[in-house]
Ligand binder design. Structure first.
Ligand code: SF4
Ligand code: SF4
Length: 213
């Protein structure tokens, strides 16, 4: 027993002079790696329009089913994004999210990025569903966020990728095909037929067999 105490004290004294590997959070914070993925941000163009065109590609690419969108048509009286539609509702459930960044990779307009906000805690689970109002960058702000480190820069002549003067959609190279959705094979029949087995199967004709028993 006494030997254990000596061993423990020896370990303590051995490490006393060493630099600690922990930091005194929250007074002190670690520097995050450049490709850190934290909470999502929805971005705007410089003219104030929202980049999100309500295309659902991010929701389709999300492996955790964490994104919920309700899109609505733009109108001349109420133009929110440059596309046909905009996201009236855009929720991200951060309890489901695994911060994989697939939504960012799938977005053709650079509307959604994962940024450096990691202080995500709450007493209530419903507070962890972040709504568009919380995710959208404020008016007057127009950044491309972590796309500076993750995506190819937009062509110089396309500061606002959609719609182009040529009326051709020319968004980011990362889109549905980039995450495999554009090349998804059509649904295949999964029930294989096995003639031998099928023969052995009892025919079920309107429950007659069962009633006979
Ligand atoms: S980071 Fe991954 S899990 Fe989270 S919302 Fe985006 S696609 Fe879904
Ligand atoms: S992929 Fe981009 S543009 Fe499409 S709904 Fe998601 S955030 Fe909006």
């Amino acid at each position: 027993m006494s030997f254990d105490i000596i061993k423990g004290l020896a370990t303590t004294f051995k490490n006393m002079g060493k630099k600690p590997t922990t930091v005194s959070y929250p007074e002190e914070e670690r520097e995050l790696p450049p490709r850190f993925r934290g909470r999502h941000v929805l971005h705007r163009y410089e003219n104030g329009l929202e980049r999100c065109v309500g295309c659902y590609l991010c929701a389709g690419a999300c492996p955790a089913d964490a994104i919920y969108i309700e899109a609505e048509e733009n109108s001349e009286e109420n133009r929110v994004s440059p596309g046909e539609r905009y996201a009236r509702v855009f929720d991200v459930n951060l309890l489901r999210c695994i911060f994989c960044g697939y939504c960012q990779a799938a977005c053709p307009t650079g509307a959604i990025t994962l940024e450096r906000e990691y202080k995500l805690a709450s007493y209530y689970p419903e507070d962890m569903v972040y709504h568009k109002e919380q995710l959208l960058e404020p008016k007057g702000q127009a950044t491309i966020g972590s796309n500076t480190v993750w995506a190819d820069p937009a062509p110089a002549n396309a500061a606002q990728p959609v719609p182009q003067a040529s009326n051709v959609f020319a968004g980011s190279a990362a889109s549905a095909p980039a995450v495999g959705l554009g090349t998804a094979r059509p649904e295949e029949e999964v029930l294989l037929t096995n003639e031998e087995q099928d023969e052995d199967r009892r025919k079920f004709e309107g429950g007659k067999d069962r009633q006979k028993r």
